[in-house]
Design a protein around this ligand. Structure first.
Ligand SMILES: C[S@@+](CC[C@H](N)C(=O)[O-])C[C@H]1O[C@@H](n2cnc3c(N)ncnc32)[C@H](O)[C@@H]1O
Length: 461
């Protein structure tokens, strides 16, 4: 059992904390707005971190509220609750939150980073959620949405890794840049890159990173970020329950079968035969098996990884040459080999349309899903058709999951798509411990939530 978190001031502001950081943390903790604002003239202070505990002013302002009181149902039933206070009581909020709200707002205006993690691996939003402080939690989600939308606008998407991998990412970026300079692989012009970098630096302070690097080392700092290129070049291993990459990352796992089943039911309600289906990402073929059972008139699968393609072509596979030959018309059952980024434009060019499109790849960041939604779903989905994707975005952290839900909804709206979310329980009995149960032999637990939010996207109007 992990030891309970000590939320006391003494535990959070360490003796080693430098005086200027200590000052800002104390003012935030005390919800002393006017005192804090004077310090925030130096905008870097909004994201100062205690070098030992990782406490930021946002953590401090939220944590100082303590846990929300549970609404007293008996008192409410006895009619003791005053009229108009119902909402407040439902949230279990009190006057402290109003003060904290103003402080949190001032911090965000001054450039506080919404997803910095502390030494307990909690973002300010995680603290708010744990303490039951809904209003403050929602402010963190709003700030996350604003930051991500801005990054998307600049085409400079930053994955919601809660700051854990930044150091490593920076090193990798430097390495990559050196390599790129050497082999001139990148077709982007240096001037363009410089401009992008400058735009990034000038953007809204909320998205800007702390100019004073903190000595605080977040947990899981050596966690490796998977890139698409590395993934597609790595060796994969299949067993009965999972598909792993060379670093033992779970590419696909059989516990997701229920999610796949729900996705098929949402995409093709009542499962009529004769529908036209496109699936991006074969993995273990779980969802393709379910689509195939519905006897579609068209079933196209896009897959890029050579090991997955070899698995598909191996004897005993349900999606080999015999399956392709069994199509109602030639070419209608097909495994399209290659990255969807290369294959999809060809399908669109040939005028293919689909009633159901599912997207579930691996090793790609949100910007790729966004591109698929905004550029290709409108081209490939027939009127009245449905699109869905595996919604694992930010699923290792509740606040990130909530941010992505809103961000993806906005991008879908830009593409002319409505999103309906169907929420279902995830049985966490075998999923709630790192390295145990379903995660045995898997490097990282990529799912931590007890609810899955299944997106069902349809054209507006
Ligand atoms: C999570 S698995 C899909 C699981 C699948 N939904 C199932 O039910 O088994 C992701 C798959 O996407 C493939 N993939 C990753 N990047 C891709 C890309 N750019 N284009 C096409 N396929 C890709 C991976 O090789 C992998 O087979």
């Amino acid at each position: 059992m992990p030891s309970p978190i000590d939320d006391s001031l003494a535990a959070r502001i360490s003796p080693d904390c430098p005086q200027d950081t200590r000052d800002v943390l104390h003012h935030a903790w005390a919800h002393d707005l006017s005192g804090l604002k004077k310090l925030l003239v130096d905008r870097s202070k909004a994201s100062a971190q205690d070098p030992k505990t990782g406490e930021t002013p946002l953590h401090a302002a939220i944590r100082a509220c303590g846990p929300a009181e549970k609404p007293d149902k008996n008192a409410a039933a006895a009619g003791e609750a005053e009229e108009g206070k119902e909402e407040e009581e439902d949230e279990g909020e009190d006057g402290c939150v109003e003060e904290a709200r103003e402080v949190v707002q001032a911090l965000f205006f001054s450039g506080a980073i919404w997803n910095d993690v502390d030494a307990n691996n909690e973002t300010p939003g995680c603290v708010a959620y744990r303490l039951g402080r809904k209003t403050l939690y929602n402010m963190c989600v709003d700030a996350g949405v604003r930051a991500e939308i801005l990054f998307a606008l600049m085409d400079g998407y930053e994955e919601l890794s809660s700051g854990e991998d930044e150091e490593e990412e920076e090193e990798e970026e430097e390495e990559e840049k050196k390599e790129e300079d050497q082999v001139m692989k990148d077709d982007k012009q240096p001037a363009e890159e410089e401009k992008e970098q400058k735009e990034k630096e000038e953007t809204n302070a909320e998205t800007a990173k702390d100019p004073e690097p903190s000595a605080f080392v977040p947990p899981d700092v050596d966690e490796k970020q998977v890139t698409s290129k590395e993934y597609l070049e790595s060796d994969l291993t299949y067993d009965a329950n999972k598909l792993l990459d060379a670093d033992l990352n779970g590419v696909m796992m059989s516990w997701e079968t229920d999610i796949m089943r729900r996705s098929v039911a949402a995409l093709l309600p009542d499962g009529p035969p004769g529908k036209r289906v496109l699936n991006v990402g074969f993995g273990m073929g779980i969802i393709d098996g379910m689509f195939a059972a519905l006897k579609p008139s068209r079933h196209h699968i896009i897959e890029a990884h050579p090991d997955v393609l070899a698995h598909i072509a191996s004897p005993g596979s349900a999606f080999g040459a015999a399956w392709e030959d069994s199509a109602p018309e030639k070419g209608e059952y097909r495994v399209c080999k290659g990255r969807w980024q290369d294959v999809v434009p060809l399908l669109a060019e040939q005028g293919y349309l689909y009633d159901a499109i599912y997207f579930d790849t691996f090793g790609e960041d949100y910007s790729q899903l966004r591109t698929f939604i905004m550029e290709w779903v409108p081209a490939l989905l027939d009127q009245g058709g449905r699109f869905s994707f595996f919604n694992g975005l930010g699923a290792d952290r509740r606040v990130c999951y909530d941010v992505y839900t809103r961000v993806v909804e906005m991008h879908c709206a830009d593409a002319g798509l409505d999103v309906e979310w169907e929420e279902s329980d995830v049985d966490m009995a075998e999923l709630d411990k790192d390295g145990q149960g379903e995660w045995e032999g898997v490097r990282r637990r990529y799912w931590t939530l007890d609810k899955y939010r299944l997106p069902i996207c349809t054209f507006m109007g």
